[in-house]
Write a protein that binds this ligand. Structure first.
Ligand code: MN
Length: 261
């Protein structure tokens, strides 16, 4: 059960600026107490996202440069580095080794490594990471360029092997889980293998759907319930653990006590 001051859910990876009505979505998160990390795909989008979220209690903007855009927008990497000094939240960054994007991997790696190195030098940075078909490479970059005391990595929509998930746990990674992961056998197996204290929820909206509509941050409430069912625990216990995990992440980012558990 939640009390009126508690957060009701957390969406640790949402493209708020790509939703049909971003300001309405933000107002809804504030009203419904859904903590939301508004990730961005280019650092140029940061200013608008920051403006929308200034004064928000539940919605925070993250500065990113998506690996799928790292080739064509490589010139923005300097802006990304500069803005990482201004916000504890970084994302979406990472690597994409799928057939369609493999050719830009050198540019992707340069952007990702520079984002990680900057986050490491500033410290207290939480990074939401894309790792499709590149999880091993992502973990190598993390171990080479970051330490768990300065950078907290969140692997978003992790879809690689259980053994790489285990390595990621040992490296201090958290995992933001969406309902699409829980819909596949492989996804459920990964989720079952993770320690409770590393679990977070997300939507990756607008890139996922629920009941034929675009998902929205409040859908994480149902994801938390599904997560409890997959792991065979009570919904209340799962929600409490998720709130505690979110608080730990926010405390790492220097925002102690800003979310009521
Ligand atoms: Mn995304």
């Amino acid at each position: 059960m939640t009390t009126p001051t508690q957060i009701r859910g957390c969406d640790f990876h949402c493209h708020v600026d790509l939703l049909p009505d971003p300001t309405a979505a933000i107002a809804s998160c504030e009203r419904e107490r859904i903590v939301t990390l508004a990730v961005t795909t280019t650092p140029r989008a940061w200013t608008q996202n920051r403006k929308w979220t200034v004064g928000c209690r539940y919605v925070y903007a993250a500065v990113g440069l998506h690996p799928e855009l790292a080739g064509e927008r490589h010139a923005e990497v300097g802006l990304l580095e500069k803005l990482i000094a201004d916000t504890p939240f970084v994302g979406e960054v990472g690597l994409d080794g799928s057939t369609q994007h493999r050719k830009t991997l050198p540019a992707q790696r340069d952007v990702f490594v520079r984002a990680l190195a900057t986050a490491q030098s500033v410290g207290g940075r939480v990074v939401s990471i894309h790792s499709r078909r590149a999880a091993k490479d992502v973990l190598n970059c993390l171990s080479k360029h970051t330490t768990p005391s300065r950078v907290l990595p969140i692997l978003h929509w992790f879809s690689d092997s259980a053994s790489l998930a285990r390595s990621a746990v040992l490296q201090g990674c958290y995992f933001s889980v969406n309902h699409r992961m829980l819909a596949t056998e492989a996804g459920r197996a990964i989720v079952l293998s993770l320690p409770t204290e590393r679990l977070l929820t997300e939507t990756d909206a607008p890139f996922t759907q629920v009941d034929g509509r675009t998902s929205e941050p409040r859908d994480v409430i149902a994801t938390a319930e599904a997560l409890a069912a997959v792991r065979g625990v009570a919904v209340d216990a799962m929600c409490l653990a998720l709130r505690e995990n979110a608080n730990r992440v926010f405390a790492f980012a220097g925002l102690d006590g800003s979310l009521g558990v």
